[in-house]
Ligand binder design. Structure first.
Ligand SMILES: Cc1ncc(C[n+]2csc(CCOP(=O)(O)OP(=O)(O)O)c2C)c(N)n1
Ligand SMILES: [Mg+2]
Length: 330
């Protein structure tokens, strides 16, 4: 299958989106450190921005995405409302889920982000259901599910891949292999060197890419999404990347070698991409500084909006729990 490089405008947008995601998560990290406003465990994807942003940007807005506990990049790249995402993280009534999901279970149906789940490995089987619905209705849209290297060891993920292969579901599995699952290194839970080789066991194509290279990720997702869209069944992409921070903000990575961190810091996906676009003449350094200022202003506005928003009323706890059946009272 041919691979092609994304166009200039797409590449500029990818850089802007990666910069926004980094600014958002850096601010979140500072809020945690300052013990301000944010509730619960904060799980960031610093260092993984190319994998998440380029994947999402290679999909169409009609495609459904299913994410996991490391979801901010996926949702912001999808243009989910940044103020409502921040408000949700702070547990406010103006949040995307009225303050009831918090950061770990964000759902943004307006942008076809069906769900995020912190139950490791749950996403792929839910995504298989969404892809089945798309196939059943004869839609052109596909489903893309993001999961980690640790999740790839869960039985549930293998079942989802097997069923997707048997039913030829339009489902793109995107494994963000960030080398760690909590405090467990990949070799402690994975018998093979990479996850993509497993694809052939489920009758689907598998591809391993440098997850810190936005162009490479974009091209691979475009190619595999086309495979899924054209009725040929599922596909598996492994984006090899690195989690630059601890599992969550509570985790100070005492188990990680300093040299390993330095090695990956040198492969920072934003710095690499920024230099590439400037060198190719697609942007000037000043254009990038404007992107950074814009990102920072949007993040500050989101923090202000969220901090000033009210918490949900106690009665709201029992709202949105049940769906009214369309057949009720008939
Ligand atoms: C079923 C289940 N088992 C264990 C956990 C605890 N847990 C949360 S995240 C995580 C590590 C997941 O690693 P990976 O899938 O590689 O994703 P990453 O955190 O690296 O993005 C674990 C074990 C959980 N949330 N759900
Ligand atoms: Mg991982």
């Amino acid at each position: 299958m041919p691979t092609s490089r994304p166009g200039g405008e797409t590449r500029r947008q990818m850089l802007a989106s990666m910069i926004l995601v980094r600014a958002f998560e850096n601010r979140l990290s500072k809020l945690v450190a300052d013990k301000e406003d944010v509730l619960g465990m904060q799980i960031l994807a610093t260092g993984q921005e190319a994998a998440s942003v380029a994947s999402v940007q290679a999909l169409t807005p009609e495609d459904v995405i299913v994410s996991n506990h490391r979801s901010h990049g996926h949702l912001l790249a999808r243009n989910a409302d940044i103020k409502a995402i921040m408000a949700e993280i702070m547990g406010k009534a103006t949040g995307v889920n009225k303050g009831k999901s918090g950061t770990l279970h964000l759902i943004v149906p307006e942008v076809n982000a069906l769900m995020t789940s912190t139950v490791v490995g749950a996403g792929p089987s839910m995504a298989a259901g969404a892809a089945f619905a798309q196939q059943y209705r004869g839609e052109r849209a596909i489903t893309a599910v993001f999961f980690g290297d640790g999740a790839a060891a869960e039985g549930n993920v293998h079942e989802a891949m097997n069923l997707a292969g048997v039913w030829k579901l339009p489902l793109l599995f995107i494994c963000e292999n960030n080398c760690w699952a909590g405090a467990q290194a990949l070799k402690e839970h994975c018998a093979v060197g990479n996850i993509a080789v497993r694809a052939s066991s489920y009758g689907m194509p598998g591809k391993l890419v440098d997850g810190n290279d936005a162009d490479e990720v974009h091209s691979a997702v475009s190619e595999l999404a086309e495979h899924c869209r054209s009725g040929k069944g599922p596909a598996l992409l492994e984006a090899y990347t690195y989690r630059m921070r601890g599992h969550g903000e509570h985790d100070h990575q005492h188990y990680v070698d300093k040299e390993e961190l330095e090695l990956w810091a040198a492969k920072d996906p934003i710095r690499i991409y920024r230099a590439r676009l400037v060198q190719e003449g697609l942007l000037t350094e000043e254009d990038v500084r404007v992107m950074e200022r814009d990102a920072s202003a949007r993040v500050e506005e989101a923090v202000r909006f969220a901090a000033e928003s009210p918490f949900p009323a106690p009665e709201a706890a029992v709202e949105d729990v049940w769906v009214q059946s369309p057949w009720a009272g008939r």
